[in-house]
Design a protein around this ligand. Structure first.
Ligand SMILES: O=C(O)c1ccccc1NCC(=O)[C@H](O)[C@H](O)COP(=O)(O)O
Length: 255
């Protein structure tokens, strides 16, 4: 176990390693995340992946609303795609939530979890899966290939230049730069600004974590984000209004 990780993150990783999965190998026909981003751009929406995140180690309390209703409200607010937590112990998520949400909406759905073993890919179908470079270590290439073989689009999450190099080495088409430091759990939007310039243009680049206002959205877009993944700021209060505010961050008010 990596001792530099925050205790909460070590606990997440321990739980991920212990989580058993049984089930058939999945084969998915994914909804294209790149096409969903292009659709959003073509009608003036910032491509936002809105996250159904009932709770987290850095959130007080838990949002107990029906996750399907929350997801539908996010789509009504203009979200290009959704991210659904399936991690049960620290985030209040479940694979059942993801299954129900994916059935209820038409947009691509990212499975947000802390996958460390190939069998865990088969727990549920989604359009995109997340692989966190720091968590999977030397298994990144093998897991990336295993996910692609099943039909998933893969979002490889990185936090620094070395992890970005590893993501590009395995041929990642979607890269997420996480502004949350997993060692201290602090969020700093400069992380994205520092790492993004080295990302090639043909990679779809996503800014993750810590985006809380339209000004933050504009800041990440100016630094090169094709899309943004936003959880806490959308989950706090009216999720449709919160999503709308971020999606319309680049709409210029006419006087
Ligand atoms: O969100 C947390 O508290 C957290 C703690 C430890 C590891 C991961 C964590 N979050 C996972 C995520 O990637 C975020 O849910 C996602 O990027 C959205 O972030 P935010 O918009 O800041 O809620």
């Amino acid at each position: 176990m990596d001792d530099s990780l925050a205790p909460q993150v070590r606990s997440i990783l321990r739980a991920a390693r212990e989580r058993d999965v049984t089930g058939e190998r999945v084969s998915v026909a994914p909804r294209s995340l790149a096409a969903a981003f292009a659709d959003a751009e073509s009608d003036g929406r910032v491509p936002i992946i809105a996250e159904v995140k009932p709770t987290s180690p850095t959130t007080e309390g838990e949002r107990l609303d029906d996750p399907v209703e929350l997801a539908e409200e996010m789509v009504a607010g203009g979200a290009a795609a959704l991210s659904v937590l399936t991690e049960p112990e620290h985030f209040g998520g479940s694979v059942e939530n993801l299954e129900r949400i994916r059935e209820a909406v038409d947009v691509p759905v990212l499975r947000k979890d802390f996958l460390v073993r190939e069998a865990q890919l088969d727990a549920v179908e989604s359009d995109v899966v997340l692989l966190i470079a720091r968590f999977v270590g030397d298994d990144l290439e093998r897991l990336h290939e295993a996910a692609r073989d099943r039909g998933f689009q893969v979002l490889v999450e990185v936090h620094d230049a070395d992890e970005l190099d590893r993501a590009l080495d395995v041929g990642a088409e979607y890269v997420g730069i996480n502004n949350r430091d997993l060692a201290r759990l602090e969020v700093d939007l400069e992380t994205f600004e520092r790492v993004a310039p080295a990302v090639p243009d043909d990679v779809t680049l996503i800014a993750e974590s810590g985006v809380s206002s339209p000004a933050d959205v504009r800041r990440m877009r100016e630094a090169g984000a094709d899309g943004l993944l936003v959880g806490s700021a959308i989950m706090a209060g009216d999720v449709t209004e919160n999503t709308e505010a971020l999606v319309n961050a680049e709409v210029v008010e006419s006087t």
